[in-house]
Design a binder for this molecule. Structure first.
Ligand SMILES: [Zn+2]
Length: 296
């Protein structure tokens, strides 16, 4: 099987449903704080007056003070406030964290799949850099942040005796154009679509995807890579370094690709953890539509 076989899939992006995947960071924090403040103030009132006796003290502890507080015993500082919960303390609706940008090609959260090509389709990253990792050939590059994360991943693997090698990384639009055209010539369009991404739809074009292999060369760009120690390590630890296995088994109807345990996509550690928590499929984690094929 030629190396081009691995050049295969790469995904493409989605701008469609940007809003559905916001990750509220701490919207509950201010809301929760408000009642705590007013409860404390109300509960404290009886405790500071002689008239409140033991029942009031008890209620202060049980936080039912509002019902039992003698109206005349409320200190001036509290009496001026309305009896009902202080509406002015209710915080404004929490500011939603910025919606992840799945549409801009330069976004680290860009989604590229068979239904979502890059816009513009010939887009190229401006910050490509060669990660300092073992590679099967020279000149492989990734976007700067992904390159640093690749170095982290490879170093962490090596520290546990797992030796990875970089097989493929950034691929330009024109490169993919040539690759895809070659497959079309050999197998026709339908056949080519099964093994290679159409130009503009390759996740490798984002500079945020890489194919990794074992230094031994075992199962390079083959499904059996998942059963090698290297493939197993990557499946378990990639997310800790901001990477996800982009095309997991059992998700072909969503990702549009057969399992590729070697193809990793950089999304950052936070997003990677979210993807893992939600079952491992990027489209699902981000609340975006499945992309089983190129559509009508
Ligand atoms: Zn790949």
């Amino acid at each position: 099987m030629s190396v081009l076989r691995g050049v295969v899939p790469a995904l493409a992006l989605a701008a469609v449903l940007l809003t559905s995947c916001s990750q509220p960071e701490d919207p509950d924090q201010p809301t929760a704080a408000a009642p705590a403040v007013s409860t404390t103030a109300t509960a404290a009132a009886p405790a500071t007056t002689a008239a409140t006796a033991t029942t009031a003290t008890a209620s202060a502890v049980t936080s039912t003070a509002t019902a039992t507080t003698p109206s005349g015993s409320v200190p001036a500082s509290v009496a001026s406030e309305p009896a009902h919960p202080t509406p002015t303390r209710i915080p404004a609706p929490p500011t939603p964290s910025p919606a992840p940008d799945h549409g801009s090609p330069a976004s680290l959260q860009v989604l590229v799949n068979k239904r979502n090509p890059l816009h513009p389709t010939a887009w190229a990253p401006a910050d490509l850099t060669a990660p300092d990792v073992r590679a099967t050939r020279a000149g492989l590059t990734l976007r700067a942040e992904a390159a640093a994360a690749a170095e982290d991943l490879f170093a962490a693997a090596a520290a546990e005796g797992v030796d990875l090698t970089l097989v493929s990384a950034y691929r330009s639009y024109s490169y993919q154009q040539g690759t895809y055209a070659g497959w079309v010539q050999q197998h026709g369009r339908a056949g080519a679509d099964r093994i290679s991404a159409r130009p503009g739809h390759s996740e490798h074009q984002t500079g945020l995807a890489m194919d990794v292999g074992a230094v031994s060369g075992a199962c390079t760009l083959q499904a059996c890579f998942g059963n090698t120690p290297e493939g197993a390590w990557v499946a378990l630890h990639a997310a800790e370094h901001g990477w996800i296995v982009r095309y997991p088994a059992g998700a072909e109807d969503i990702t549009g690709y057969s399992p590729e345990p070697w193809h990793l996509r950089y999304v950052g550690t936070e997003a990677a953890a979210d993807v893992v928590r939600s079952g491992g499929v990027l489209e699902t984690a981000w609340g975006l539509a499945p992309a089983p094929d190129y559509g009508p």
